[in-house]
Design a protein. Structure first.
Length: 328
């Protein structure tokens, strides 16, 4: 870039220098600003940089000037994200199993650029992506983009659905090619990303792990399931389905020891009614009945009992008996 063209960008260069080098705890002196401009190939005098700072302030940037140790320092105070918000974003990226380690590091590097270099050091201290359980599938980003495009364009999709095999490789499931699928939403639960969609062949709502989807194609056919998704409560669907997997819907009465109140509220939300039974309490919850639900019950170490309905109690007993036979 020619020197004269760089001079035209001097005000923006001053803003970049303030963004990178200052925050509410770290400032920069005028000589340091001029030195950094010179490193960018932009010559400047104090008077012109003062004018640049004033123009940025007039435009709306909150730039403070404070005397420190006999020198005046400049601080860029307003940012798009506060440091705790950036830490939260870094934590979310780290925890997301559907984002590969490579993509996680790339995303975190971009997040760090939203902070000053001093704040970026704090962000980097909490980066522990290595050895976490992460997908090695690099195209999850494109899956999300394609699904959003299908939703926005009201288009059905077809795709291949994969799963792990004994060789620790992703292979297409038996009957894994899916057609007549109408995506309606994306949902993040338990560190995984899901597509919630209407299956045109079975005519029910299903969900699919985004990182297990391959070869998405928009068919251009209008989506089905509008009636089913009108008034659809995504929060209730997640509460009843995710973590309990799929199965027949059932309203179940459960009795818990009182020290399990936190577990119940974490699982089913604060809107659930708790029926006081002295040292125990009961709840009525809608769940999708499955072996995974029974496994969740068993995992609570005797602190919970299925009260009813009787068919659920019977099914649980049969499940326990079936498992016990394996160890005779």
């Amino acid at each position: 870039m020619a020197k004269s063209e760089k001079q035209k960008l001097k005000t923006m260069a001053v803003l970049d220098i303030l963004r990178e080098n200052t925050d509410d705890e770290h400032g920069i002196t005028m000589p340091e600003i001029i030195e950094k401009l010179d490193a960018k190939g932009i010559s400047a005098e104090r008077k012109s940089v003062y004018k640049d700072v004033e123009e940025l302030q007039d435009y709306g940037y909150e730039i403070s000037k404070e005397k420190e140790g006999g020198k005046f320092k400049y601080y860029l105070l307003d940012r798009d994200f506060e440091l705790p918000e950036l830490k939260l974003l870094v934590d979310a990226v780290q925890a997301s199993k559907f984002i590969s380690e490579k993509r996680s590091n790339e995303l975190i590097s971009k997040i760090e650029k939203q902070a000053s270099k001093h704040q970026a050091k704090e962000l980097h201290r909490q980066v522990y992506v290595t050895n976490r359980v992460k997908t090695d599938y690099e195209s999850v980003y494109y899956n999300i983009d394609d699904i959003n495009l299908a939703i926005n364009e009201d288009s059905q999709i077809e795709f291949d659905y994969y799963e792990w095999n004994m060789d620790k490789e992703m292979a297409m499931r038996e009957n894994g090619h899916k057609e007549n699928i109408s995506p309606w939403a994306l949902m993040w639960d338990d560190e995984n990303y899901y597509m919630v969609a209407f299956d045109g062949e079975s005519e029910i709502i299903k969900h699919y792990r985004v990182d297990k989807i391959r070869h998405i194609k928009l068919t251009g056919e209008h989506r089905d399931g509008k009636l089913e998704f009108d008034g659809f409560d995504m929060a209730s669907y997640a509460k009843e389905t995710f973590g309990m997997f799929t199965g027949e819907p059932e309203n179940v009465e459960l009795e818990f020891d009182n020290n399990f109140i936190g577990v119940v509220l974490d699982r089913f939300g604060k809107d659930i009614m708790l029926i006081n039974k002295g040292d125990k309490f009961r709840v009525h919850v809608d769940v999708n009945l499955s072996d995974q639900f029974f496994g969740w019950i068993l995992g609570l170490s005797g602190g919970v009992k299925i009260v009813g309905p009787e068919n659920v109690v019977k099914a649980y007993k049969e499940t326990l008996a079936k498992e016990a036979k394996k160890y005779k």
